[in-house]
Design a protein around this ligand. Structure first.
Ligand SMILES: Nc1ncnc2c1ncn2[C@@H]1O[C@H](COP(=O)(O)OP(=O)(O)OP(=O)(O)O)[C@@H](O)[C@H]1O
Length: 285
């Protein structure tokens, strides 16, 4: 369980706090999607989960963040990193090796994983990300999507309880973005790992997350299951989050009393709702 209580944070160099009064409870095994406008504080919020604030970026930190009971202010960054694995926005800056296998090995060696477990961990992590065939390839020869999967594999090889990813699909095409999310979701389901992912594409997040957090001006403006959050498509637009048209359409039908249905996350769900409206069953569901 991750618990954040009344968290506020101001970077030492900053005039104003970047996070304000955040309260969150994230059950184990959740898939949490974070989105919001540029500069709203999403990355800073991820730094609260992995201890980068206050350990690497000092500042005024109020409130508390606990991961499985470990208070991130009191614990060392090393102890936090045994629980929380992170993949940052700039993948190239995270890579330390020139060959895929060595990249995964690096973290295992740093964590002092017993030698007899190393081979199994590398093979499992590469398999989980669907990149066993890339094991001996040079990192410089990989595509953006392949590098992304290597970065995730390097972190999951360490078997963290929580995986934090900051815009893992920022440079990927829609098909590769979907593939990364599918692999992540399957891995998390099979291992009970909590996944926290920052992502601009709310439609993609909504298909995978069981909790969405909408960050606006350093506050969590909306939180809940995707269907609950997407009901607020007009307010989301005001804070820079553009919902799919299928979502807005169903919300308009509901606002006019034409249908009593949860917000649609995608075209398929909206088609189902429209069929009900056209058949005259809309308001009775
Ligand atoms: N190390 C830092 N020191 C001072 N201010 C910072 C630091 N890092 C980020 N900020 C400021 O905090 C605010 C929020 O930045 P943050 O990166 O958390 O937002 P974001 O929502 O992730 O943005 P983006 O979508 O553009 O990545 C910005 O105004 C930024 O300038």
């Amino acid at each position: 369980m991750i618990e954040i209580s009344n968290l506020s944070f101001r970077y030492r160099e900053g005039a104003e706090p970047i996070l304000y009064g955040i309260d969150l409870a994230i059950p184990d095994g959740s898939f949490v999607g974070i989105t919001g406008a540029a500069g709203s504080g999403k990355s800073t919020l991820t730094y609260a989960f992995n201890g980068i604030i206050p350990h690497c970026y000092p500042g005024d930190f109020y409130g508390s963040v606990t991961i499985d009971g470990l208070d991130t202010c009191e614990a060392s960054l090393t102890d936090i990193s045994r629980l929380v694995g992170s993949v940052c926005q700039d993948i190239d800056s995270q890579m330390v090796s020139s060959v895929v296998e060595d990249e995964v090995l690096y973290g295992l060696e740093n964590f002092g994983v017993p030698k007899d477990q190393v081979e199994g961990r590398i093979a499992e992590a590469l398999e989980a990300m669907g990149i066993s065939d890339l094991r001996h390839r040079g990192i410089a020869e990989l595509s953006g999507g392949q590098k992304q999967k290597v970065a995730v594999a390097s972190v999951i090889a360490l078997k963290p309880r929580v995986l934090v990813l900051d815009e893992p699909t920022a440079e990927l095409d829609p098909a590769s973005s979907l593939a990364v999310f599918e692999l992540l979701a399957r891995y998390a389901r099979e291992n009970g790992t909590t996944v926290i992912v920052v992502e601009q594409k709310i439609a993609l997040l909504s298909d995978f997350a069981d909790m969405l957090l909408i960050v606006d001006g350093g506050k969590v403006r909306f939180q809940g299951a995707p269907a609950e959050v997407l009901e607020h498509s007009d307010e989301l637009l005001e804070v820079g989050v553009n919902c799919p048209r299928s979502t807005s359409l169903v919300n308009r039908l509901r606002a006019r009393g034409l249908v009593d249905a949860p917000a649609a996350r995608n075209v398929d769900e909206a088609v189902g709702v429209c069929k009900r409206v056209l058949s005259g069953e809309g308001a009775s569901a």
